[in-house]
Design a protein around this ligand. Structure first.
Ligand code: SF4
Length: 395
């Protein structure tokens, strides 16, 4: 295995990592955040190391369950369990987003826990991002980002100048370009990187300072060029879903003659925030548009059509054969999305397997059987199609 990949997997598999520790030794404060609608560039420009919150290393939900009910999603319960266990005691602060009704409750519960003396950073912030995608929502979002900036300034004296924000946007733009290069290596005829490895990369780069992330990505790209991480006969899959942070789950899917070549995941294509063509010159306005209009998830209630088109475009461009669409138990947002996607995939003749599971929740035996049966079905359908095409050519 590539040495960079090994290092990246170690970073992705733990809450803390040497890059983060080094930054903290240099007195750089770490700001935890949830969800793809919290602009990392803004936190970076304010002098923080943005750190995407995760449930990695979770061993259960006992502590989380004292604040959440059993019908809250397991990502939220496990992540909060890690918070209460003190795993995140290195954070200078944390920003919770109104991502969905489950995740937004982390803010209230964390504040309550803090009052009871349970582990919490000195400052907690709530960022409210619009749930609709339209021009008029930009104003609201920008106002909320300004409120957050004011909050950071009041709490830490951290001022964000336009110049600093522009410089941070440039550094993150570099990360964006490097990740796009990785996506290109992933979707080539023989992928240079597996789906499980790709998830580790995307988890790692959101847990280290962006400067280190860019350097890791550059070295990784150089190391894996020309690598063959799968076979040309493998079934090519697109993976669709929300909070998925277990590379071992994707590895289980890829135990079959199959490889994930494209995705629409939180730690995936939704980390990409391409510059928008009608962006303003002023950095905050440009950033607001970039984040509001980036590839959305079902929390954006009026964006299914755009989302669906982007998803099937990525599917076609990657040469994928089939889709596996996943939801965590009790996640209504992804439940509705998969219902709609199933119909769309059927109309296009694309095989789609819907999976429901718990984060870090086991159930491997059942998942393995269902995925295996699905891959066999796709293989058979592909072989029949090929035979029919060969027959046509011969006649
Ligand atoms: S998996 Fe669903 S319920 Fe859980 S945080 Fe994500 S969107 Fe919310």
């Amino acid at each position: 295995m590539s040495t960079k990949l090994k290092q990246i997997q170690e970073i992705a598999g733990a809450v803390k990592n040497p890059f983060l520790e080094k930054a903290m030794e240099q007195k750089k404060p770490v700001m935890g955040y949830f969800c793809n609608y919290v602009p990392e560039e803004l936190l970076h420009a304010a002098g923080f190391v943005p750190y995407r919150m995760r449930a990695v290393g979770s061993t259960g939900t006992a502590r989380g369950d004292t604040y959440f009910t059993a019908i809250n999603c397991s990502f939220v319960r496990r992540c909060f369990d890690q918070v209460l266990s003190g795993e995140y005691d290195f954070l200078a602060g944390a920003i919770v987003l109104n991502g969905c009704d489950h995740s937004r409750r982390i803010y209230d519960n964390w504040r309550d826990a803090k009052k009871s003396g349970l582990p919490a950073p000195e400052h907690l912030f709530m960022l409210v991002a619009p749930h609709v995608l339209r021009e008029s929502a930009l104003e609201r979002y920008e106002k909320e980002l300004k409120k957050l900036m004011q909050g950071l300034e009041d709490a830490y004296g951290a001022k964000v100048s336009s110049k600093a924000l522009k410089a941070s946007m440039d550094i993150y733009q570099k990360r964006h370009e490097l990740v796009c290069q990785l996506y290109a290596l992933r979707s080539q005829k023989i992928p240079a990187i597996t789906g499980a490895e790709m998830l580790s990369v995307l988890m790692a780069i959101t847990a280290v300072p962006v400067e280190d992330a860019n350097s890791l990505l550059e070295k990784l790209l150089a190391e894996i060029e020309g690598r063959k991480a799968a076979s040309s006969d493998d079934i090519r899959l697109m993976l669709v879903g929300g909070c998925m942070e277990e590379p071992e789950h994707i590895a289980l899917i890829e135990e079959n003659p199959a490889v994930v070549v494209a995705d629409s995941l939180c730690y995936g294509a939704r980390l990409l925030r391409p510059p928008q063509k009608d962006e303003a010159k002023e950095p905050l306005a440009a950033l607001t548009r970039r984040y509001l209009f980036h590839p959305s998830c079902p929390r954006m209630i009026n964006d299914f059509d755009r989302r669906k088109e982007a998803l099937f475009d990525a599917f076609n461009e990657s040469g994928a054969d089939a889709i596996i669409a996943e939801k965590l138990m009790f996640c209504d947002l992804w439940g509705g999305e998969i219902f709609l996607l199933r119909k769309e995939a059927k109309e296009r003749g694309i095989p789609l397997l819907g999976l429901e599971r718990e984060a870090y929740g086991g159930g491997e035996g059942q998942i393995r059987t269902r995925v295996q049966a699905f891959i066999e079905q796709v293989q058979n359908a592909k072989a029949r199609k090929q035979q029919a095409a060969n027959g046509k050519e011969a006649s």
